[in-house]
Each structure stands twice: as C-alpha cells, then as structure tokens.
Write a protein that binds this ligand. Structure first.
Ligand code: MN
Length: 432
C-alpha cells in the first residue's frame, strides 16, 4: 500500500461511537462508491465513499459493511463484504484485498465475500427492527447520479417493506465533524506534503512561467511524497484570474508585477489539506498589493481567535464581515458615507469578499456540516478570507486549516510561510 498503515483502532472506535447512537435492535448497511465510467471502457480514478471509509478504513470498490451491534451472535455484529478476487482480476487489475487483509485494515473479525451478502442480510434482518441506510445529506450536495447506497435503499425497501428505515447521515455527520487525534495526524500529513509543494513553488516562481507549470510543480512534489495527488482541482490564478473564485483553467502566463493566487493542496490516505497562498510573480509585493495582503492576513488571524467552541458559524461569519468592512474602508474601497447608503448590512463588503470564511475539513474537502452550525472542540475548519478587486486585477486569498482545541485553537499550518517578509526572502534567496 502507498500509505503507511492506519491503526485499525480508529475504525473500531468509530464503529463503537456509531453503535452508541443507533436505536435498539437496529442495523446499518453502508456501501462503497461506484467506479464511475467515462467513455468507451474508461473509468474515473476511484474515490471511496467517505462514510464507508470512516467506518472500515477500506479503500476498495464493491465493498459493503453490515453493522448490527446487538446481533445475537458476535460474528454478526460487524461483517465486511469484499469482492472475491481471481486469477483474471489479479493479472488485469492487480492485487485485491484478501480476507485477512480486510480484517487487518478494518479490525472487523468477520470478513465475507460479496456473493454471501444477500443470504446473510436475509438472516440478520429477521432479528432487526430498524435499518439505517445512507444518503448524501451535505447541504451543497449535487444530486443527479444514484450511488450504490441510493440503489440499495430502493432494493432493501422493496425486499423488506415492513422494517422501519432510518437516516444514517445525521449520525455520521455528527461523529465525523469531531476528529479523533489519529485523524488530525493524517490531516497534518496532508498539510506537510502541501507545505513541501508550496516551498518548491516559492523557488520556482518567476515571470514568464505558465500557471500550468506551477500546477505541475505542486503535483510533482505531492506524488513524489506518496500522495495520490491533489485534494481538489487546483486553482492557479495569476493577475485578473485571481478574481475568478473557481478559476481552474490554469492556462495563463504569470507576468511580472502580478500576484498569483494558488488554492491547491494534497490528499493523504483519504484525508485532505486545503491551502490558499497568494504570492508576487516577481518575488516582491508592490505597496498596494502588500497593503491588501496585510488586510487579508489580519482578518485571518483575528478570525482564528474567535472561531471557538460554542460559537455559531453564522455569528462568526457576521463578525468576520465586520472585521473585513473595517479593512476595506482603510484600503479606500469605499467610504463611511457609502456605508450609510447600503440597502443591506455588509452589502459593499460582500462585493469584495463574496464567499464564506470557513468550512469543515476532513475526509472530504468540504467535509460533513452539522445542521446546528455550532463550533465544537475537536472540529477542523479552514479559515480563508479574501479580498477581490477586479478593477485592480488584484485578488488575494489566504487559507489555513485550524484544529479547535479545548484551551486554544491549533493552526495546523504553523510551518507554512504566510508573512510577507518570509515569502519575499524565500523567493529572493541571497545569491552565493
Ligand atoms: Mn477551502
């Protein structure tokens, strides 16, 4: 395996926490994701279902978890089903998990081949009163393609119409939103790899390089360090492109005098980092660029102080907008008089800072988002304020990832350069 093995205790702890939240005499069924087709006989790179991974640690397609904590027989309390491999698959696709390997990764004693699933399900269903099944309940989920879990809901309800059905997503959303220390160390690993990519780019950057070349530098570093690659489609946006929030074309040339905004990070063992840095192509900020940069950095640092347990994200966002408004005033983007003529509070501020400041981060880049919007100890958030001034072809965003600790927050990006002096000195090493 590419990644260092993860202690199966993590997945045992995750399942035990889920068991505590399930109704009496209930079972849960969670499927892996599909391998998604492209054209002809092509497929997309496989992406495991994050909830399935959270409960099993298994990264392989065509796998199922049957979880029945109160099953009469201990062997039925958790059963992992894997696709049975054969000589043909071994030659064409390579190694697939054996039963002992599945056991070692997941900590689940009872591992069966997929062909036994229907029979075993029929047997245990007779002892269950309710069934938890999985839907994607992320507030910004894009429906359209039915997942294996979606299809199983149809199938299960038609085979067992008189059981009670429950939503698994709210339970896993709550559990996944607060991270186990082992998860923090995996996220930190993704961040450390991302840091190496950024340091490489600080040396590489110079007028005339293509945004795509910068992207390639990151990818080289990530893959060399055993990451599967980008955590999400990278944004390398120079000059006016920095004001396009989801610019992913990465096709322009970085010119002297411009800034380049880079929203790019590595994945590691299914966990993610999420970084944004904005640097001057020629290695020196102009006075104006530096002034805007310092405003964004100040808001990031202040936001990091107030994103604390007990705070509602909605109130936090208003507070960040208040900080940002003060900065935009100072930068002369509008006047106090302009503010008095607003129809809505922060209307002018939102013109230059039009996105949210923070989102959950973990097994998904935009991770599970509990509906109560309450910040709790153990959560991991991004903090990513930005100022975008299209008329000056100037967009700056800075993004760190922060762990909400009991006494204070821990910035997981503390080793990644962000201060202007440090960026400039790394971009202009003393000539020997
Ligand atoms: Mn982000």
């Amino acid at each position: 395996m590419k990644y260092d093995p993860i202690d199966p205790d993590l997945f045992c702890v995750n399942r035990a926490a889920l068991a505590e939240r399930m109704a009496p005499r209930s079972l849960a069924v969670v499927h892996s994701n599909d391998v998604m087709p492209t054209n002809a006989d092509g497929v997309m790179p496989f992406k495991q279902n994050s909830d399935f991974f959270y409960l099993t640690g298994i990264g392989q397609e065509e796998s199922i978890l049957l979880f029945f904590p109160e099953a009469l027989h201990p062997d039925d309390q958790a059963i992992l089903f894997l696709k049975e491999t054969n000589a043909h698959i071994a030659v064409w696709e390579g190694h697939k998990l054996t039963k002992p390997e599945g056991r070692g990764i997941s900590g689940i004693i009872s591992v069966k081949w997929l062909s036994e699933f229907d029979t075993i399900l029929s047997r245990v269903m007779m002892h269950a009163e309710s069934v938890y099944l999985l839907t994607n309940e992320h507030p910004r989920a894009q429906p359209g393609v039915a997942t294996r879990n979606d299809r199983f809901i149809e199938e299960c309800r038609s085979r067992y119409p008189l059981h009670r059905y429950e939503r698994l997503a709210p339970l896993l959303t709550e559990l996944r939103s607060r991270k186990h220390p082992e998860e923090i160390s995996q996220i930190q690993q993704a961040i450390d790899i991302t840091e190496q990519g950024f340091r490489r780019v600080l040396e590489f950057m110079e007028p005339g390089v293509g945004e795509w070349e910068v992207e390639a530098e990151f990818l080289h570093e990530f893959i060399s360090r055993r990451s599967r690659g980008f955590a999400y489609q990278p944004i390398i946006a120079s000059g006016e492109n920095s004001c396009v929030l989801h610019y992913v074309e990465n096709s322009a040339t970085c010119e002297s005098g411009e800034l380049v905004l880079m929203d790019v990070a590595a994945e590691w063992a299914n966990w993610n980092a999420d970084m944004t840095r904005t640097i001057p192509v020629n290695g020196r900020f102009t006075e104006r660029q530096a002034a805007v940069y310092q405003s964004v950095l100040k808001v990031l640092k202040e936001a990091r102080e107030i994103l604390r347990p007990g705070v509602f994200l909605k109130d936090y966002q208003s507070e960040v907008l208040r900080m940002m408004e003060a900065e935009l005033l100072r930068l002369g983007l509008f006047s106090k008089r302009d503010l008095q003529h607003q129809q809505q509070p922060y209307e002018l501020t939102r013109r230059y800072f039009m996105h949210g400041t923070s989102h959950h981060l973990g097994l998904d880049v935009h991770d599970v988002t509990p509906p109560d919007g309450l910040v709790k100890e153990g959560m991991v958030f991004t903090i990513e304020p930005g100022i975008y001034i299209p008329e000056e072809e100037l967009g700056i965003r800075l993004e760190n990832n922060v762990f909400i600790g009991s006494d204070s927050n821990q910035d997981l990006f503390e080793n990644i350069p962000i201060e202007i002096e440090e960026i400039e000195s790394l971009m202009n090493p003393p000539s020997s």
